[in-house]
Design a protein around this ligand. Structure first.
Ligand SMILES: Nc1ncnc2c1ncn2[C@@H]1O[C@H](COP(=O)(O)OP(=O)(O)O)[C@@H](O)[C@H]1O
Ligand SMILES: [Mg+2]
Length: 229
């Protein structure tokens, strides 16, 4: 099985008030191609920090992170930005859409920064159709419900055909009905595109539907459960 993500002896420390706070402690994990993995744990356990490191949004204190066998801890800012654009899609709790643009325009935006720009419209339309948003494609996103906006954000994260989709509390701002719709959308993504999906969540319903769960407490992995696909 191919590893999409591998971390080796990963630490994150931050200087706080004259001493160093250890936020992540010796994280060793692998995530394999096509998996759906939940990262779970109490608030403040380091889930978002870990996701930010895996996605190359933040720098490690020590250790290594391999994305598709590339050590991202050694990359220049320019190469890291390129790798992020090409290989990683991000979905956040707050959808971060541009409210005055249509769903399709939001989805097409990241394509502006990709070397393979052609076909943006066709791919954007296909993604929105896949996520059952064909009828909302030309609505400005401020008019859409939370669940619809999060599905637009998922489509946007997939426009550059990333190997990896990273979602931080994707249902954190949604009611139970919208949560179920967004969970379905993530499964749809995996089955139709084969994208590896990592979801940070403290929603047990969402976590239990994933192939594996990696549990953090106080910055350490305390448990991994589930089966490799
Ligand atoms: N920039 C920062 N400055 C100070 N403390 C931080 C910073 N980022 C994270 N932390 C602390 O690190 C810990 C882990 O945070 P986080 O990764 O956001 O946890 P989670 O996503 O699991 O709730 C928390 O105790 C948080 O307060
Ligand atoms: Mg968090």
């Amino acid at each position: 099985m191919r590893e999409v993500i591998r971390t080796v002896n990963l630490y994150k420390r931050l200087p706080i008030g004259g001493h160093e706070l250890e936020i992540l402690h010796d994280i060793n994990l692998s995530i394999y191609d096509g998996e759906m993995v939940a990262i779970v744990g109490p608030s403040g356990s380091g889930k978002s920090t870990l996701m930010g490191l895996i996605g190359g949004l933040d720098s490690v204190s020590s250790g290594k992170i391999f994305v598709d066998d590339i050590d991202i801890t050694g990359l220049s800012e320019r190469k890291l930005t390129r790798l992020r654009n090409e290989k990683i899609g991000f979905v956040f709790q707050t959808f971060n859409l541009i409210p005055t643009l249509t769903a399709l325009e939001n989805v097409m935006l990241p394509r502006q920064f990709s070397p393979t720009r052609s076909g943006a419209r066709e791919r954007g339309e296909a993604l929105l159709e896949m996520l059952n948003l064909a009828d909302q494609m030309h609505s400005t996103t401020k008019r859409l419900s939370g669940g619809e906006q999060q599905r637009v954000a998922i489509a946007r994260a997939l426009i550059n055909e990333p190997a990896l989709l990273l979602c931080d509390e994707p249902s954190g701002n949604l009611d139970t009905v919208s949560t179920a719709i967004v969970i379905d959308a993530l499964f749809q993504v995996r089955s139709e595109t084969g994208t590896t999906v990592v979801v940070v969540t403290h929603d047990p319903i969402l976590a239990n539907q994933m192939d594996r769960r990696i549990e953090l407490v106080d910055g350490e992995i305390v448990n991994t459960e589930g089966t490799l696909v």
